[in-house]
Design a protein around this ligand. Structure first.
Ligand code: ACO
Length: 157
């Protein structure tokens, strides 16, 4: 049975690299799906450092009862001033399918409402599960940019 879930959003700084790295290691199916190598701790440290220099980009650890259950990477005022774009929502593999992804999207929408009019989600690769998820949480397919990039959109008004 699904219960409603409350997630805390913890902004990520460079010292959270090992927690983010652990999360990736715990999501082997997603890594295989996008056909990449599992990122090293150094890769994550570099990524978080890059992110620190972009004030519009927000990365948060998702916490449920103080335990890390996921990671969310999005950018405000992108691609236009009134929109925000999610580039990655990652829920720890063993916890998927329990409502955490939906709770993360709802939490983000609540944070953005009144500031942003639209929320986009960009799905990379042949990720049909993710596409179904975005549709289930109220997003509509907007366009494909080439064979491996699909944009989904939801109005926040
Ligand atoms: N197929 C069909 N429906 C699905 C699927 C799926 N694979 N996954 C979730 N849903 C539906 C659920 O049935 C549920 O619908 P309901 O509310 O009507 O019952 C709804 O979506 C919400 O499901 P959650 O349990 O909240 O989803 P979850 O916690 O598993 O989070 C997510 C979904 C983020 C895709 C997670 O499975 C994940 O981390 N996957 C691996 C990483 C990934 O692919 N992330 C998305 C990349 S694209 C991007 O982030 C922009």
């Amino acid at each position: 049975m699904r219960v409603s879930v409350h997630l805390d959003f913890l902004p990520v700084s460079a010292d959270a690299a090992s927690a983010v790295h652990r999360l990736y290691l715990n999501c082997p199916t997603y890594i295989a799906l996008i056909g990449g190598d599992t990122p090293t701790l150094h890769d994550i440290e570099r990524e978080l450092e890059t992110l620190r220099h972009d004030t519009r980009r927000q990365a948060v650890l998702l916490l449920c009862e103080k335990q890390v259950v996921g990671f969310l990477d999005y950018k405000v005022a992108y691609p236009d001033l009134h929109s925000a774009t999610i580039s990655l929502l990652l829920i720890e593999e063993r916890l998927q399918g329990q409502g955490l992804g939906k709770a993360a999207v709802e939490g983000l929408e609540a944070r953005l409402r009144g500031r942003m009019q639209r929320l986009f989600a960009v799905v990379y690769g042949n990720n049909e599960q993710a596409k179904r998820f975005w549709e289930r949480v109220g997003f509509a397919h907007l366009k494909d940019s080439g064979p491996t990039l699909s944009w989904y959109q939801k109005n926040l008004d």
